[in-house]
Design a protein around this ligand. Structure first.
Ligand code: 5GP
Length: 175
């Protein structure tokens, strides 16, 4: 058991389990994109470790870039507006693979997919390391999923709790 700030976490996915599954995902992705040179779009901050490990086991040519998603309450509307920040590449007519650390409600993903479709991408798919059950009811589903996990807060392997815990090699679950 570990303590981060005020919360206790228990080991959930080991370094070995994550490594093996990421390798399998890389093989699935390599097969799906052979000869296509996709642009992998990693969503910061949480996806940076997953991205680094995944791309080093992908064995077909790819490009990789990083974006952030800004989330704010618009003054005129009731819903939350999400905006893509930092995308410098031209994505028109390109095969895009979004890399996410975790899809929870799926709201972030829905907005991202809408935004990318507006940019005239050739194809757009999603790979997420973790997937929570709430997202399973949404229309937009990730195409590549590492682990389906229960609806409990997790940290480690890039994911944080209040900015802490990203450096952990394993994934821990809130006790
Ligand atoms: P969604 O829009 O799918 O509900 O939210 C996705 C975002 O919520 C993720 O990118 C992540 O930042 C955050 N999130 C959701 N569940 C967890 C969790 O269990 N642990 C951490 N660290 N972040 C989470």
């Amino acid at each position: 058991m570990i303590k981060i700030i005020d919360k206790e976490f228990v080991p959930y996915l080991s370094e070995e389990e994550i490594k093996d599954r990421v390798k399998e995902m890389a093989a699935e992705i390599s097969a799906a994109y052979e000869g296509k040179k996709p642009l992998l779009v990693s969503v910061l901050n949480g996806s940076f470790i997953f991205t680094a490990d995944l791309i080093r086991t992908i064995d077909t040519p790819i490009e990789v870039t990083f974006i952030r998603v800004a989330s704010y309450e618009a003054l005129q509307t009731t819903g939350k507006v999400k905006e893509i920040l930092g995308l410098k590449e031209n994505v028109f007519d390109r095969d895009i693979l979004i890399l996410e650390d975790i899809v929870d409600t799926g709201t972030t993903l829905e907005h991202l997919l809408d935004a990318f479709k507006d940019l005239g991408t050739k194809s757009i798919k999603v790979a997420t390391l973790l997937h929570k059950p709430d997202a399973q009811e949404k229309a937009e589903k990730p195409d590549f999923i590492g682990f389906k996990i229960p609806d409990k807060f997790v940290v480690g392997y890039g994911l944080d709790y209040e900015g802490m815990g990203r450096e952990l090699k394993e994934i821990y679950q809130l006790r």
